[in-house]
Write a protein of this length. Structure first.
Lengths: 331, 331
């Protein structure tokens, strides 16, 4: 299989391009996604190729165009909506939570809502408290939605293609720091990645590090540094929150006896809480120490870098968490 | 076939057969709502009932202007719209009682009845909740190019919801075949709409958005039908959206068990009842020789019998098996 290096944004763009040419019912809607190519360049070139009828610039009225996309999905189209900054997803909560997520259930299975919402997440750009948040856990809390959190160009492309063939509403979170910065091998050949299948990024026997989206990168770096100390960490990327590959996570923790969960969403009631609960219940007898939860600090995200970086997990914090677990084991 | 001139109009003719069908549907709505009231009173249904008796002319006048493949979205007070679009009262009554034989297998309930085959994309428990969906259906209709239109029914309570303005802007920009039908029954829950709506109301607001805004007597089924037909045909021709405001009145309270007499004067209620849409239409049908008094009596008897059977059958029907509880969450 021949591969080449693509950026995260290029991988997203390629998935959209391939699916747009495969399925005439797919259309892309969002703010400046058309002629401008998207503020993060994820839709660059699509407008020229597919035209204004399928790559649609919307006014800045998120509830209106997401509501419209829900109805279009219910009547036979497969819209892909871009929420430029994931923070703006607060403006469309009714459309996603009360409408898209429930239509199938409330109608006893009469209706399908094949809608893909691409939203950004992640801080670290000094964008302030309203352009840096990571709200993926909210949607994982809602039955009827699927939630995807890719960490690499390869996963982003394969998972987005799967989203565009899924008959359900899928909320697809892209960490905006990764668009240009993260590059990786992507096969020339077509492929998709199934939902609900975690990726074991690195095998190890001493501790399990569960991380998602951009957090996989400092986690892998931390695992490399730990390796130099003789600590063999296993690194797992769940890739999708709904469905969640519980089996892979539990199997790993049963093997290693310790778990650190790393996420850029808030700790309180978030992904780290859910996975810690999963592990506490499913691997209780195997745990040598409490599960370590490294989420974003529970404060609004500050502007100035010295404060902002204090709120986000990094290599140093991950290594410290691993040491806490191993110290606990020695006691 | 007998052709009758539409009352109050020189240009629209309507077949007598269709007038009889309109009458039947109006009466079926009235009797259905009375039956639901009775079912509620006897404790045969869970939850609440939101009845639309008094508003029959709006539902039937609008839906009579539609084809089967046209879609509607409805409100929490939606029974009338569904019957007007051709819904089966048997499956509706079973749904009201939470039975597996209901439209939504008992999962939706009286506020969430849908019949996708008939183009009923769901009644909706969120005020304004159907508006985004209707805009999306109109988007698909425009793309499909078969002259299909989409109708969003909503009450005066939704006049101030942001989704109306956001989709109205999109619908005018993109010339969507979307008819906004505001069924103004004068009361937003327990408050007169005049206390809640600024300026000159929705007609003026629609015109300001760049679409036709038309107001009709919502208790005059032929006036509603004529106005709806003109706006629907205009939308079919690709000339874009419109707003139709129908002034009407609900006889009961906001929901069953709330008589609606604390915030509405006896005089106001009596005044509207003198303008009851059903006897008014009967008078026209008899005067025009479309139906004789005996025909009307026969129709009453047929409908009462049909509903008595529907209630009795639904009572005997089974509830869904508990194993269904996690079905239809995802497609």
């Amino acid at each position: 299989m021949s591969t080449r290096e693509l950026s995260f944004a290029q991988a997203i763009r390629e998935a959209l391009d391939e699916e747009l040419s495969r399925d005439p019912d797919i259309m892309v809607l969002g703010e400046d996604v058309g002629a401008w190519g998207g503020v993060f360049r994820a839709t660059e070139g699509l407008f020229d190729k597919y035209g204004a009828e399928r790559i649609i610039d919307t006014p800045l009225s998120e509830e209106g165009f997401v509501g419209l996309a829900v109805g279009a999905a219910m009547t036979g189209m497969h819209p892909v909506v871009e929420i430029m900054f994931g923070d703006f997803i607060t403006l469309v909560m009714d459309q996603l939570v009360n409408q898209a997520a429930k239509m199938r259930y409330m109608t006893g299975g009469q209706i399908k809502v094949p809608l893909t919402v691409r939203a950004t997440m992640g801080g670290g750009r000094s964008s302030g408290a309203q352009h840096s948040q990571s709200w993926h856990s909210w949607f994982a809390h809602v039955p009827g939605l699927k939630v995807v959190v890719p960490s690499t160009p390869y996963d982003a492309k394969g998972l987005l293609k799967t989203a565009l063939r899924d008959p359900n509403p899928v909320i697809f979170f892209e960490d905006k720091v990764m668009y240009a910065k993260i590059k990786g091998p992507v096969p020339e050949e077509e492929y998709t990645i199934p939902f609900g299948k975690a990726d074991v990024k690195k095998e190890g026997s001493d501790v399990t590090l569960i991380a998602l989206s951009r957090m996989i990168h400092p986690t892998l770096a931390a695992a490399d540094l730990l390796e130099k100390e003789g600590i063999h960490a296993e690194v797992i990327d769940p890739r999708t929150l709904t469905p969640l590959d519980e089996e892979t996570i539990l199997k790993s923790v049963c093997k290693t006896g310790g778990a650190v969960v790393v996420d850029e969403g808030y700790n309180r009631f978030g992904v780290t809480a859910e996975i810690a609960a999963l592990v506490a219940h499913g691997a209780f007898d195997y745990l040598d120490a409490p599960v370590e939860r490294l989420g974003a600090m529970d404060v609004p995200i500050p502007f100035t870098p010295v404060l902002e970086f204090a709120t986000i997990p990094d290599e140093e914090k991950i290594i410290a968490a691993v040491h806490r677990i191993l110290d606990g084991r020695r006691r | 076939m007998n052709m009758e001139t539409l009352s109050g109009s020189q240009d629209l003719v309507i077949e007598s057969e269709m007038m009889v069908e309109m009458y039947r549907r109006m009466l079926l709505i009235r009797k259905f709502e009375e039956a639901v009231f009775d079912v509620y009173r006897r404790g045969w249904m869970p939850g609440l009932g939101h009845l639309s008796d008094g508003q029959e002319a709006t539902a039937v006048g609008v839906c009579s202007a539609l084809r089967q493949d046209d879609t509607i979205t409805s409100t929490h007070r939606g029974h009338g719209h569904i019957i007007a679009k051709g819904g089966q009262v048997e499956k509706m009554m079973a749904e009201v009682m939470g039975k597996v034989t209901g439209y939504c297998r008992g999962k939706g309930g009286e506020m969430h009845i849908a019949d996708v085959q008939l183009g009923v994309l769901g009644a909706n428990g969120i005020v304004g909740g159907g508006i985004g969906i209707a805009a999306g259906s109109a988007f698909t209709a425009r793309r499909d190019g078969k002259g299909r239109v989409s109708v969003a029914f909503f009450g005066d309570g939704a006049i101030n919801q942001g989704i109306w303005y956001e989709t109205a802007n999109l619908a005018v920009l993109w010339k969507l075949p979307l008819i906004y039908v505001c069924e103004n029954n004068q009361y937003t829950e327990f408050t007169n709409y005049k206390k809640l709506v600024s300026g000159e109301g929705l007609v003026a607001r629609a015109q300001a958005m760049g679409m036709p805004g038309v107001e009709v007597d919502g208790n005059d089924v032929l006036a509603v039908y004529q106005a709806a037909t003109e706006l629907v045909e205009r939308a079919r021709r690709g000339e874009g959206p419109a707003t139709l405001v129908c002034q009407t009145f609900r006889y009961g309270g906001h929901h069953v068990g709330e008589p609606g007499t604390k915030y509405r004067s006896k005089e106001e209620i009596e005044d509207w009842k003198r303008r009851d849409p059903i006897p008014a239409f009967e008078k026209i049908l008899v005067n025009d020789g479309v139906l004789g008094p005996n025909d009307i009596e026969t129709i009453h008897e047929e409908i009462e019998k049909r509903l008595a059977v529907a209630v009795e059958t639904a009572r005997q029907d089974p509830y869904p098996d508990v194993s269904e509880v996690n079905q239809h969450v995802y497609a």
